[in-house]
Every structure is written in structure tokens, then in C-alpha cells.
Design a protein around this ligand. Structure first.
Ligand SMILES: NC(=O)c1ccc[n+]([C@@H]2O[C@H](COP(=O)([O-])OP(=O)(O)OC[C@H]3O[C@@H](n4cnc5c(N)ncnc54)[C@H](O)[C@@H]3O)[C@@H](O)[C@H]2O)c1
Ligand SMILES: *[C@@H]1O[C@H](CO)[C@@H](O)[C@H](O)[C@H]1NC(C)=O
Ligand SMILES: *[C@@H]1O[C@H](CO)[C@@H](O)[C@H](O)[C@H]1NC(C)=O
Ligand SMILES: *[C@@H]1O[C@H](CO)[C@@H](O)[C@H](O)[C@H]1NC(C)=O
Length: 317
């Protein structure tokens, strides 16, 4: 596979912008990373080069080009026009502040043409909050990555009410091409899908600790040594399907049990008050603050090994 001519603009060269640049480079796109801070761009380029070389050495590089070919696809710029004009796709990765998102989208909208998809990495803002006034609002949407995007393939594609279905379709195809695993929500909803599910889990985890049923360590173990083993391969619904003679059988057997357990759930918690400190102390016994970075490196290593394992297994469907 060779490098392509098509251009991708990345707005913001922080943690997430760097990951997107590497993912698009794997498919050979011409990438321009824009930032308002020149030292951010400089450090992003150094960091990306090192990451690509390390991944190559460890046999973990994604995409079909080698590390130096991929790095050649990426340029930094302080000129928004250079990043956006004639791009097929622009991925915004600026800080999670609504006013900044609005300003950046307006700036991109003024320059881009009718074919450019303008996509946000936001984890918390539904796209209608910052795209309503745009000339090209039918090309605007959210493509929410999961941290760390290079190692976790899911992307949530979220349209505003005015987003053209064709923009969603093109985004989905692009995400598949760069080796990510997109899902498309039919409409915007707070938390999208992943955080709604994640918050339900956090919610009950908090309540189990607050009620003194389990320690922090053991709540996490329920996931890391239990549910998580299956969830790396199949979701909760297919899990149910396999845990009986199919879903219909599962429901007829377990619906009453599930409902009566669910009725004992506590009211919606808020993560504040003395309990916050208790959880924090236990977490810091497990992973002291100064060891967070080495723990993240370990997490990324685990995720790459999992990816390698998944690649050797039968095709997913
Ligand atoms: N970090 C995560 O875990 C994660 C996961 C999924 C989505 N996201 C989302 O991705 C986005 C970026 O997050 P991040 O962690 O990479 O942030 P970051 O702070 O690491 O990087 C933000 C970058 O944007 C630049 N910037 C600031 N204002 C700008 C402007 N007006 N124009 C261009 N660049 C500007 C900054 O100089 C910085 O380089 C956020 O919306 C965040 O919610 C983050
Ligand atoms: C990467 O590919 C280029 C061009 O195909 C080649 O010249 C170069 O030697 C390769 N680098 C490595 C480290 O394999
Ligand atoms: C990108 O940067 C390289 C130097 O790293 C330069 O040779 C190349 O011309 C730049 N590409 C564009 C399109 O500006
Ligand atoms: C959190 O749990 C409570 C019950 O424990 C429930 O009422 C609430 O809807 C849950 N929130 C989420 C996001 O699941």
C-alpha cells in the first residue's frame, strides 16, 4: 500500500490529536496537525516519531506502511487554512471546553468546503451544542475515540439532528479503513453509549463500596477477573444469549431474578463526601499517584497483547 494524496486535518496536538494522527498515518493519508501552541506541535512530532519507532520495534505498528513512511505522512502547522483547506476530513481534538469547541468549529467552517467532514473528539458535548450555526453543519458530527485510541478500536459516531446521513456513512467507512471499530448512534444522547454503560457500572461499584459489601480492590476484581474476561470478546447481550438456550430462554428463566435484584439498587449516587476519600485512599494503595504513568504503560502493553490475541482468533462478526 502506498501513501495517499487525500488530506486529513487534526486540530489540537495533545494526547488525542497525536493518536488520531498516528491512526490516519497508518492508512497513508496526508496529515496536518494544527495547534495554537508551536511548542505543542514540536513536541507532538517528536513524540509521534518516537512512538512509531517503538511500535515498529515491538512489532505493534498498525497500518501497512513502515514507521518512517508513516511519519512522512504527518506535518505540523500553525496555519489553520493549511490544515483544513481541501481536507476530506477534519478531526477536532482541542480541550473539552464548549466555548473553545464553538470557536474552533466556526474557524474550520469558514475555510472548509462542502465535501469536508468536520468531526469532534468530544467525550461529553452532544454535537448540536456547537454545530448549529455552521454553514456546513450537515457535515458536522462527533467521532468519539476511547483512550488510548491507538489500542482501543471503538469509535462512537454521533450525528446532530441536521447531520447528513452520508457524512455519517463516510465517517464510518473512514474509521473502518484505518482499522478502528465504529458504531453509529441514530441520534445524539448525553454520554453517547459507552459512557452511559460505563456510568451505570461506576454507579453500582460506588454503591457496593459505600455499603461496605466489597473493598475497592475487590469491586475492580469483579470486572478484571470476571465480567471483563468475557467482555473483551462479547457484549452483555450475547453473553446472555450464550448463557441459556438463546436469549428467549434466558429471559424466561432469569427475568424475575434480574428484576428483583435490580429493585434493590440504591438511589443514584453522587461521587462526593467522605466516601470519595475512602475510595481514593484504597486506589492509591493499589496504584500510588507517582506510579500512574508506569501503570498506564502496563495497561497499553496489556491492550496490545490482547489485540494480538484477538487477531489470531476467528474473524469477528
Ligand atoms: N484524554 C482522553 O482520555 C480522551 C478520550 C476521548 C476523547 N477525548 C477528547 O479529546 C479532546 C482532546 O483531549 P486531549 O486529552 O487530547 O487534550 P489535550 O489537553 O492533551 O490537548 C489539547 C490540545 O489542543 C490545543 N489547543 C487549545 N486550544 C486550541 C485551539 N483554539 N485551536 C487549536 N488547538 C488548540 C492545546 O494546545 C493542546 O495541544 C477533548 O475533547 C477530550 O474530551 C479525550
Ligand atoms: C521503510 O520503507 C521505505 C520505502 O519503502 C524504505 O526505503 C525504508 O528502508 C523502510 N524502512 C525500514 C526501517 O524498513
Ligand atoms: C511536510 O514536511 C516535510 C518535512 O518533514 C516536507 O518535506 C514536506 O514538503 C511537507 N509537506 C507539505 C505538503 O507541506
Ligand atoms: C445508577 O444506579 C441507580 C440505582 O442504583 C439508578 O437509579 C441510576 O439510573 C443508575 N445510573 C446509571 C447511569 O446507570
Amino acid at each position: 500500500m502506498a501513501a495517499k494524496d487525500e488530506k486529513i486535518g487534526i486540530i489540537g496536538s495533545g494526547l488525542i490529536g497525536r493518536s488520531w494522527a498516528m491512526l490516519f498515518a497508518g492508512a497513508g493519508y496526508q496529515i496536518f496537525i494544527y495547534d495554537i501552541e508551536s511548542k505543542q506541535i514540536d513536541s507532538a512530532l517528536v513524540d509521534i516519531k518516537q512512538q512509531l519507532q517503538r511500535l515498529e520495534k515491538e512489532g505493534l505498528l498498525r497500518g501497512k506502511l513502515n514507521a518512517s513512511e508513516q511519519f512522512k505522512c504527518i506535518n505540523g502547522t500553525l496555519d489553520l487554512k493549511q490544515a483544513v483547506q481541501d481536507a476530506i476530513f477534519v478531526q477536532e481534538c482541542v480541550p473539552e471546553v464548549l466555548e473553545i469547541k464553538k470557536k474552533v468549529f466556526k474557524g474550520v467552517d469558514d475555510i472548509c468546503d462542502a465535501n469536508t467532514i468536520i468531526s469532534s473528539s468530544t467525550s461529553t458535548f452532544v454535537p448540536s451544542l456547537f454545530t448549529e450555526e455552521l454553514k456546513h453543519r450537515k457535515n458536522a458530527l462527533v467521532a468519539h475515540p476511547i483512550n488510548p485510541p491507538y489500542y482501543v478500536p471503538l469509535v462512537e459516531i454521533v450525528p446532530a439532528p441536521w447531520t447528513d446521513p452520508n457524512a455519517v456513512k463516510r465517517t464510518r467507512e473512514l474509521m473502518e479503513e484505518i482499522g478502528q471499530a465504529p458504531v453509529c448512534l441514530t441520534r445524539e444522547i448525553p454520554g453517547f453509549a459507552l459512557n452511559r454503560i460505563q456510568y451505570a457500572i461506576l454507579n453500582e461499584s460506588w454503591n457496593l463500596v459505600a455499603d461496605g459489601v466489597l473493598s475497592v480492590k475487590d469491586v475492580d476484581k469483579v470486572m478484571s477477573e470476571g465480567l471483563g474476561w468475557r467482555y473483551a470478546f462479547l457484549g452483555p447481550l450475547e453473553t446472555a444469549h450464550l448463557n441459556a438456550d438463546g436469549w428467549m430462554d434466558y429471559c424466561s428463566k432469569y427475568t424475575n431474578t434480574i428484576h428483583s435484584v435490580s429493585e434493590t439498587f440504591k438511589p443514584l449516587p453522587k461521587f462526593e463526601g467522605p466516601q470519595t476519600k475512602v475510595v481514593g485512599q484504597q486506589l492509591e494503595e493499589m496504584v500510588p499517584i507517582q506510579e500512574l504513568q508506569s501503570r498506564r504503560n502496563w495497561r497499553d502493553l496489556c491492550l496490545t497483547k490482547l489485540a494480538a490475541l484477538k487477531n489470531t482468533l476467528t474473524p469477528k462478526h
